[in-house]
Design a protein around this ligand. Structure first.
Ligand SMILES: [Zn+2]
Length: 132
């Protein structure tokens, strides 16, 4: 799925083996605010991501960096061993802990705005670390 494959690399996050995409997010928002990219370029959440964000997400404390009208939603997908190729959407911390029982799984956190369709990968964390 394209929203899980960022154009620019992230950087190591705080948990061992995790990757933080905040720097790539800042770069993208800078390109948008400078006029290099249009809103259609950065607000391109696919219908499936919008559906998941509407039904199985957690509220973020941050407002949308593009429209500023809505609070962001955070969607978590787990990929890895014995899971569907499109990943498993996780809606609770208990579910996340349960999925951590198998080795080699990673949790992808994606922020989504239900108003303007802004979306960005925030971080990828090995599931053992994400469930703690
Ligand atoms: Zn927005």
């Amino acid at each position: 799925m394209p929203f899980l494959q960022p154009d620019s690399p992230g950087r190591p996050g705080s948990a061992p083996g995790s990757v933080d995409y905040r720097f790539a997010r800042r770069q993208l928002l800078h390109r948008f605010r400078s006029g290099e990219l249009g809103q259609n370029d950065v607000c391109d959440a696919q219908p499936e991501l919008m559906r998941v964000a509407t039904n199985c997400s957690q509220a973020s404390t941050a407002a949308c960096p593009v429209c500023g009208e809505r609070q962001l939603r955070v969607v978590r997908f787990v990929f890895g061993n014995k899971l569907p190729s499109g990943g498993r959407v996780v809606s609770t911390r208990a579910e996340l802990r349960k999925l951590a029982s198998a080795p080699g799984r990673r949790c992808y956190s994606v922020e989504v705005c239900l108003g303007c369709r802004w979306n960005h990968l925030l971080q990828v964390v090995p599931l053992g670390a994400a469930a703690e």
